[in-house]
Design a protein around this ligand. Sequence first.
Ligand code: 1GP
Length: 241
Amino acid sequence: MRDIFGESPRFAVLIDPDHEKDERLESLLGFLAKDMCDVVLVGGSTTDSNNIDVLINRIKTATNKPVLLFPGNSYQLSPHADGLLLPSLISGRNPDYLIGKHVESANIIYKSGLPVFSMGYILVDGGKSSAASYMTQTMPIPAGQSNLAAQTALAGQLLGMKCIYLESGSGAVQPARTEMIEKVKKTINIPLIVGGGIRTAIDIRKAIDAGADMVVVGTALEEEPDQIDALFTAFCDHVAI
Ligand code: 1GP
């Protein structure tokens, strides 16, 4: 897989396959065609669509940036992607999402030849119930429990995971707190992805300053694709400081 992390933080756009038919997607793809991101993630918690191949081909027609699967379940896989972030929900205690889904899909993933990047996925309370929490039947880590998040991330690193995703849930009211991002970042030495509820330039700056190696924006851009110009500019300006 191409190196998705580097010396400086990355800006990732998350697209949910459920929204493949949303007319706003075309507008977002138009911005991606102008290189307004570093990475595109594709995935969601609830999809039952068969649109993932179509969606990935549309994205890859628009941009040369890496397109990585970020699957919420074992059928959100496509050989057309550039790689797979393989999440294990290490904040939860549901064996299906720790290892069960992985066993179900191991042969398919292996045969696809997709580069795989194993990822410790940590769900944090984002101020409202999230689809990820509901679908996985797991409790998020309370937003104020930075030590617990850091311990969980460290356990993921010790298990050999290649990155950690601190997830407040799609459409979260509150992104992960800076104290938690800082604590997790200081505790691990693998890349840290932060997403969920990031909507503004301030949210992006806070996440970067706290130590995020990648910030993920989904809902805000799916709702209002035009915002990407301002958000990506703010991101680039801040990273350049
Ligand atoms: C969800 O972290 C991602 O898995 C993105 O969240 O949709 O709130 O940007 P948003």
